[in-house]
Design a protein around this ligand. Sequence first.
Ligand SMILES: [Zn+2]
Length: 78
Amino acid sequence: MWKKIKARRLVREGKVSKDLENEFRIHFTVKGDKDIHYVIYDKIKNEFSCDCKWYSLKKQECSHILACKIFMKNNLYQ
Ligand SMILES: [Zn+2]
């Protein structure tokens, strides 16, 4: 799946960074190929959202969200 491949590459290349974390949310910045996207993880709802076109049109997990999930799983963010 292209999304997963792209997400893994984003993490590997260090394009994902955690900006801010509080008790409700975690804010991430993902540097895509063309644009920078902002991903928010809502701890209360256990939901991710992203500001990219893909996510806003389809309301589906985009490569940026996937990248943040991998990033969190790797525990690189702490
Ligand atoms: Zn996105």
